[in-house]
Design a protein around this ligand. Structure first.
Ligand SMILES: [Zn+2]
Length: 224
């Protein structure tokens, strides 16, 4: 963790798992208000308001990009070296995931085109299964299974997606140590969902064309 943030963690630990909800609300508020401003302008000032303080360790919640932002469709690049900035990014991604009651978050969702994901399928009350995966690689196996999925980048929408039942994950942790584990069930689905983000694939790319068209119409209406 960066030195500038050393005082933040004990304070946040004291405040408990919902610690960041207030900041998250503030970020949401700033992004949606005033409604008369064009989105591009809001994006500009949100970057100034939120990303600069994050650099200094003063704030932990990052705005999550929303579909159809083109940055969600890009391929993320491998992380060659785990720098202090990457550690801060990972920490902020964890805070953002917890504050939004998510079970996983990939770096491209917060505008960083890097192969980094954070996953914690426990909770929502207690969070005790955190995995920070750098450059994850998956080997899929088992049957095809259907399960309901949602995504912090496609708010207010969920759909049944077919994925493989089991997965073997090879990655590095945030200290650069190799990690590997086998997963099935919900964790396997979550690993595949987050890994897809690194290749610019969203869960809605797996749904039927009809469902996708209906979603796209809804998104278009909302953005008008
Ligand atoms: Zn997602």
């Amino acid at each position: 963790m960066a030195r500038s943030k050393a005082w933040v963690t004990p304070c946040l630990a004291f405040l408990g798992p919902r610690r960041s909800a207030g900041l998250c609300f503030f970020a949401e508020f700033a992004y949606s208000w005033p409604p008369c401003l064009p989105r591009r302008m809001k994006r500009y000032y949100c970057k100034r308001v939120f990303f600069i303080p994050v650099t200094f360790g003063l704030i932990m919640i990052l705005p999550v990009l929303q579909y159809p932002d083109p940055r969600l469709a890009g391929t993320a690049r491998p992380i060659a070296e785990i720098t202090p900035e990457i550690r801060v990014l990972a920490q902020n991604m964890v805070e953002t995931m917890y504050a939004r009651d998510g079970v996983g978050l990939a770096a491209p969702q917060v505008g960083a085109a890097l192969r980094l994901v954070v996953i914690d399928i426990s909770g929502p009350e207690k969070r005790e299964d955190l995995r920070v995966l750098v450059n994850p690689a998956l080997v899929l196996s088992g049957e095809q299974i259907d399960s309901e999925e949602g995504c912090l980048s496609v708010e207010g929408y969920s759909a049944s997606v077919t994925r493989r039942e089991k997965v073997h994950v090879e990655a590095q942790d945030i200290d650069g140590n190799p990690v590997s584990f086998d997963a099935d069930g919900r964790l396997a689905v979550c690993c595949q969902h987050e890994h897809d983000h690194l290749d610019g694939i969203l869960f809605i790319d797996h749904i039927s064309r009809l469902k996708r068209t209906m979603l796209d119409r809804k998104v278009q209406k909302r953005s008008r």
